[in-house]
Every structure is written in C-alpha cells, then in structure tokens.
Write a protein that binds this ligand. Sequence first.
Ligand code: FMN
Length: 185
Amino acid sequence: MNTRQLILERRSVRAYTDQPVPNEMIEEILEAAIYAPTHKLREPWRFVLVNEESQERYVDQLMTLLAKRGQLDQKTDEQRQMMRQKFADVPVYLTVLYEVKGTEDQQMEDLLATAAMIQNVQLLATELGLGCCWKSGKHWFTEEYAEMIGASENERVAGIIQFGWPALIPPLKKRTAARDKLTHF
Ligand SMILES: Cc1cc2nc3c(=O)[nH]c(=O)nc-3n(C[C@H](O)[C@H](O)[C@H](O)COP(=O)(O)O)c2cc1C
C-alpha cells in the first residue's frame, strides 16, 4: 500500500476479534513510529503497553478509577458490567505519555510531535491489518489515570491507542474538501 492509500484506508476501529496481538507487533510498530519529526530531537514520548498478561488488572483498576470519580454513580449493576465488558473487549491498550518541560512553545511542539508519532502508529498498524483507535478525554486525561499508569510528575497523557484485529471496519467518514479550507495568500 502506498502512503496515500494507507492514509485513506485507516479507520478508527473500535470492535475487535478475540485473536491476541503479539507484543512484538506493537513494539515493531513503535520502533518505526518514533521516526516522526521531533524538534531538537527531544523525543518527548513514552509508552505504557497493556496486553494479554496485564489487561484484566488494567480493566479492574480503570473501573475502580471510574467509581472513585463518580462516573459509575448513576449506572445500574448491569450497565457497570456492560461498561467493564466494553473495556475488556479491547485486546491492547497503549498509553502514550509525553514529557512536559521547557517553555510553553516547546510544550506545544512536543505535544504536536507526539501527535505526529501517534498518526505514524495508526498508519503502521493499518499496514499490518491491525485495527486501532485513538482515545482521549474524560478519565484518560485525569491525574488519577496518570498515576495509575505510572506517569511521573512531568509526564502527561497524550492519548490512549487501543488495538486489536478488526471485527468491524467502519466506512470512510467523508471530510470537507481541503480546497474549501484553502486560501492562496
Ligand atoms: C485526539 C483524538 C482523540 C480521539 N478520541 C476518541 C475517543 O475518545 N473515542 C473514540 O471513539 N474516538 C476518538 N477519536 C477518533 C475519532 O473519533 C475519529 O478519528 C473520527 O471519528 C474520524 O473517524 P476515522 O478515524 O475512522 O476517520 C479521537 C481522535 C483524535 C485525533
């Protein structure tokens, strides 16, 4: 697949089969993804991988975190169970952290570099036939989650990438044509 095809074929895949994803595969993806541009070679990223061996422990801790944050208060036992199952149905979670240091501009550059690296991860996963989805917001960006995952004081969560072999590949979501957002100076 050439780059253009790869970009157009990538989807946010959220449903996976039970087939395990080898750690080596994720590691191979990361070893290439880190060749994203990074100003002054600061390489601000770090990764925490959750796969088969640790997935149950991770989901347990995630549910405890949600409970502590009150995010389960309005939910019935059945709804909580469904939520837990939804987390448990994801074979691999990769938390991407980035180091927060330097000036505001540097911090922005480092987050941007990390985002570029994450897109590399997604394209490389697509090339291997793996499904993935970039997750963010809510519980993932909290201090409690950062602590749970073992982030140091100067690290922040850039995003969670979940992976698995696709059970369902969503159709292309059309974008607004770039020419509609392009002006010539
Ligand atoms: C920074 C960022 C955060 C995202 N967070 C979530 C998320 O929390 N949950 C989710 O289902 N998708 C999330 N997505 C994926 C988008 O929903 C998805 O890219 C969009 O719907 C377009 O679909 P596509 O990726 O298949 O083209 C996120 C994407 C980005 C770039």
